[in-house]
Design a protein around this ligand. Structure first.
Ligand SMILES: Cc1cc2nc3c(=O)[nH]c(=O)nc-3n(C[C@H](O)[C@H](O)[C@H](O)COP(=O)(O)OP(=O)(O)OC[C@H]3O[C@@H](n4cnc5c(N)ncnc54)[C@H](O)[C@@H]3O)c2cc1C
Length: 487
């Protein structure tokens, strides 16, 4: 069975009952679908927008080794994250990209992640060094993988535009990146085409009714307005920042929202040369990342309390963009900063005031809604395999595992300019329904081309089989902050 939307809809129409329903096509839901289906459960995943259109396609794209847990002395979590990197490198192929990250230590600018006392000048570089030594030990890293100390001149050689004034020294350590949205659709294609799962986008679960030992599910096809009903024996809700549907809304996890915005700069204007930099401290005491991204550069930050737009489609507002540009200028010798696109994302953080801390682990939280129904909230992209595994093991008495993913080369090879063959492949194997699915999450056309890929749009629409649905692509790109006006 192909992972095309028409075939997936037919599959749903031909079945009336599933062992497992997963609500939400972000990283957690998609990984859970792949593991459930590969263990033989008849499984369906429904996503109300496009796959990876929530936090899972709007992240900083880091598969962290957990260095940020060190200042909180959470050594077990650091070890676990580093261990997870070792597993993911084998399973994700080219979707796991090793990355060297520079941590520059400046006088009077200790890392925001460190406790205040460790931010003082005389202690900050010692504290960082100690942390990285521990990081290498916890990850049982070989000599080649361990962190390296850089003096000022070595730092300047490798990062010529990074400001040298007040720079004391720096460290380079190993971390990793992925392409979040492509990882999600690759997991789904594996689940569907190899393990016979069903996955459909633009299909919103609007109601769930318990009927003796199973659940009656109502879903609406958001592109055509027609309704589907079927039964599920178990439910995992991986709904991110969204509440549970229907009467179950009142049982939703107690969460708060945390946002973050990013800019994409064309090519390598900050001369980071394929490496990343952890900028130590923003004016509101956060850290900021500068990262390479398929030949371009991402700069951004997370952990903001506000966001613009809607939960479904947040965007980076003018203040967010100016804030990022201000910090680029604080740390780099550049007079102007030009960006080609921007995005914003919102994640769910557990509201500790309302949630018993014993249920919270690694920032994610299992909410037992009913005997055979759980909601999973929070967590990180990096921990997706473990979170999905734990979700399944909460419901089924089995041991779930993620197998190495296929089709990675195909999804990574898709061009970032319109290409008829790529579009055809996306219809047949990556379940696209709207031009923006192709432009934002299967390729980087909107991110990597000026004006949200506007110049490519007429060719894309000409070749797009929109199957009688009404879509306003320019309005969607405008809502994402990628176009200045609709047309
Ligand atoms: C700005 C930012 C940067 C981040 N950077 C990193 C990073 O670099 N590394 C890292 O490890 N983590 C990072 N994270 C965290 C990470 O992105 C999230 O933890 C992760 O993506 C959450 O995945 P999810 O599947 O739980 O949720 P989501 O990706 O939000 O998916 C939930 C999905 O459920 C769907 N849904 C909701 N209700 C329904 C319904 N009734 N019917 C059908 N579908 C429904 C939504 O439409 C949505 O697509 C970042 C987060 C943010 C916001």
């Amino acid at each position: 069975m192909n992972f095309s939307r028409p075939e997936q809809l037919q599959e749903l129409e031909s079945k009336s009952e599933f062992d497992l329903l997963i609500i939400g096509g972000g990283i957690v839901g998609s990984a859970a679908l792949e593991m459930a289906a590969s263990s033989g459960l008849s499984s369906i995943l429904l996503e109300k927008n496009d796959f990876a259109s929530g936090a899972s396609g709007r992240s900083t794209k880091l598969l962290h080794g957990g260095i940020r847990y060190l200042p909180q002395l959470q050594f077990g979590l650091v070890r676990e994250s580093l261990q997870e990197q070792k597993i993911l490198i084998k399973l994700l192929g080219g979707l796991y990209k090793p990355l060297k990250l520079l941590a520059p230590i400046y006088k009077d600018d200790g890392f925001a992640d460190l406790p205040k006392i460790l931010q003082y000048n005389f202690i900050s570089s010692f504290a960082f060094k100690l942390g990285l030594t521990l990081y290498d030990l916890l990850g049982s890293r070989t000599k080649k993988q361990r962190h390296i100390n850089f003096d000022k001149s070595k730092t300047r050689e490798m990062f010529p535009l990074l400001k040298q004034e007040k720079l004391k020294r720096s460290f380079i350590f190993q971390d990793a990146q992925t392409d979040d949205a492509k990882l999600v659709v690759t997991l789904l294609r594996n689940a569907v085409e190899i393990n016979n799962a069903t996955a459909i986008n633009y299909m919103e679960i609007t109601d769930i009714k318990k009927q003796s030992s199973r659940y009656q599910i109502t879903a609406i096809n958001k592109l055509k307005g027609n309704k589907y009903e079927f039964f599920a024996n178990n439910i995992i809700a991986a709904t991110g920042v969204h509440a549970l549907p229907g009467d179950y809304a009142v049982k939703s996890s107690a969460i708060k929202f945390s946002g973050g915005a990013h800019l994409i700069l064309k090519d390598d204007p900050l001369k980071i040369n394929g490496n990343g930099i952890l900028l130590p401290k923003t004016e509101d005491n956060r850290i900021m990342f500068v990262l390479p991204w398929f030949g371009n550069t991402i700069v951004g930050t997370t952990d903001t309390e506000t966001f613009s737009g809607t939960l479904d489609r947040p965007y980076a507002n003018t203040d967010d963009k100016e804030y990022i540009i201000r910090h680029i200028k604080k740390y780099f010798n550049v007079d102007t900063v030009e960006y080609i696109s921007s995005w914003s994302g919102i994640r769910a953080l557990i509201d500790n005031k309302l949630t018993s801390s014993k249920n919270v682990s690694r920032g994610h939280f299992f909410n037992n809604i009913d005997e055979r129904f759980i909601q999973i909230s929070g967590g990180k992209l990096t921990g997706f395999r473990l979170i999905a595994k734990e979700s399944l093991e909460n419901l089924f008495n089995d041991n779930f595992k993620l197998t190495p993913l296929s089709f990675i080369d195909e999804v990574l090879d898709l061009s970032n300019k319109f290409n008829e063959n790529d579009l055809k492949k996306c219809f047949e194997h990556y379940c696209i329904a709207k031009p923006t699915d192709y432009m934002l999450r299967r390729t980087h056309i909107s991110w990597f081309n000026n004006s949200g890929g506007k110049d490519e749009l007429s060719k894309i629409i000409e070749n797009f089989d929109i199957d009688g649905i009404e879509v306003d692509t320019s309005e969607e790109l405008y809502d994402e902050g990628l176009l200045n006006e609709t047309y």
